[in-house]
Design a protein around this ligand. Structure first.
Ligand SMILES: C=C1C[C@]23C[C@@]1(O)CC[C@H]2[C@@]12CC[C@H](O)[C@@](C)(C(=O)O1)[C@H]2[C@@H]3C(=O)O
Ligand SMILES: O=C(O)CCC(=O)C(=O)O
Ligand SMILES: [Fe+2]
Length: 334
């Protein structure tokens, strides 16, 4: 029988650590080695000189802002997230809740065009902003995946990126808005209410890679296995890259899918936009032969993205899903 692995929700300890930044304009072999190191140690890094044009980012951010600024009843005219559409507080189908409202969109152009009709007063403008953004961040994601293959010395350099270039790639765009939450207690200094609320609870992203950006408001934290939560300093000129569960599986556990969460604050709206790079549903998740050695035997059973996604959607946000796909007899959790 397949059972979900126990979920360990981590403590609240917060660490101040400098997280890796990769400058994509640097020497290619140095860049690929840096990326591999960051993915092994943190499953997370920041990229600068990423090549995504500023006006494409600005247009996407403006459209996102316009939508979230609408009155609540207007926003509710967008179909409720099942999973695609508008969501407020409810995350997924299994009772997870956060102080967040969001739009979750498939990157399929026809689906974006259809959804835009209820999202925006100028649907063509919204569709074109999302389309341009999605193409630009997909290019960035492909470049990063090729650099990872190079750094891992995998001869088939496009083994990872091919999956998200596929026309049937199951990739998503998520626009998140975390409204500022005033501190409600009378005694603001001593009450336990005087704390940031959870906007988006602890989890890892199930896909291959996430390209994430926020406005200039902090809130994102990542979890380091040897310690605690590290706040990520906001930097709207850069993108953050999260290793997802599939990339952990495709590297046979060499890269780690990063656990992260987003907190709200009491003074300013936070907006983030995430591109989740996923393979086609029927794709069998490839593990390049170089990732498997006598000392590092295969950790996971073969599976397709559809099988993994089904398992992810049956679980809670914070649950560990890779544990379900571990080789028999392997006692580890993830
Ligand atoms: C509780 C859930 C929400 C989620 C699907 C899931 O059952 C478990 C994974 C969650 C997550 C996290 C990353 C992305 O934001 C997301 C869109 C995804 O692919 O997996 C969400 C899912 C969701 O909000 O629908
Ligand atoms: O808002 C953020 O910074 C993180 C959002 C996130 O983790 C997600 O949408 O999966
Ligand atoms: Fe996430």
């Amino acid at each position: 029988m397949v059972v979900a692995s126990p979920t360990k929700i981590h403590s609240e300890e917060v660490l101040a650590i400098e997280l890796p930044t990769v400058d994509l304009s640097g020497d290619r072999s140095m860049v690929s080695n840096l990326i591999v190191k960051a993915c092994e140690e943190y499953g997370f890094f920041k990229v600068k000189n990423h090549g995504v044009p500023h006006d494409i980012i600005a247009k996407m951010e403006k459209e996102s802002l316009n939508f979230f600024a609408k009155p609540f009843d207007e926003k509710q005219k967008v179909e409720l997230a099942k999973p695609f559409g508008y969501g407020c507080k409810n995350i997924g189908f299994n009772g997870d809740i956060g102080e967040v409202e969001y739009l979750l969109l498939s990157t399929n152009p026809l689906s974006i065009a259809e959804r835009s009709k209820t999202i925006s007063n100028d649907p063509a403008k919204f569709s074109s902003a999302v389309g341009a953004y999605m193409e630009a961040v997909r290019e960035l994601a492909c470049e990063l995946l090729d650099l990872m293959a190079e750094g891992l010395r995998v001869p088939d350099r496009s083994v990872f990126s091919r999956l998200i270039r596929d026309v049937d790639s199951d990739s998503l765009i998520r626009l998140n808005h975390y409204p500022p939450l005033p501190l409600l207690s009378k005694d603001k200094d001593s009450s336990p209410c005087n704390q940031n609320k959870v906007g988006f609870g602890e989890h890892s992203d199930p896909q291959i890679l996430t390209i994430l950006r926020s406005n200039d408001v902090g809130g994102l934290q990542i979890f380091l296995n040897d310690g605690g939560w590290v706040p990520v300093k906001p930097d709207p000129a850069t993108f953050w890259v999260n290793v997802g569960d599939l990339l952990q599986a495709m590297t046979n556990g060499r890269f780690v899918s990063v656990r992260h969460k987003a907190l709200t604050n009491s003074y300013k709206s936070r907006m983030s936009m995430a591109y989740f790079a996923g393979p086609p549903p029927n794709a069998r998740i490839p593990v390049p032969p170089e990732m498997i050695t006598p000392t590092k035997p295969a950790l996971y059973k073969p599976f397709t993205w559809a099988e993994f996604k089904k398992a992810a959607y049956a679980l809670r946000l914070g649950d560990s899903r890779l544990g379900l796909f571990r080789m028999e007899g392997d006692e580890q959790v993830a």
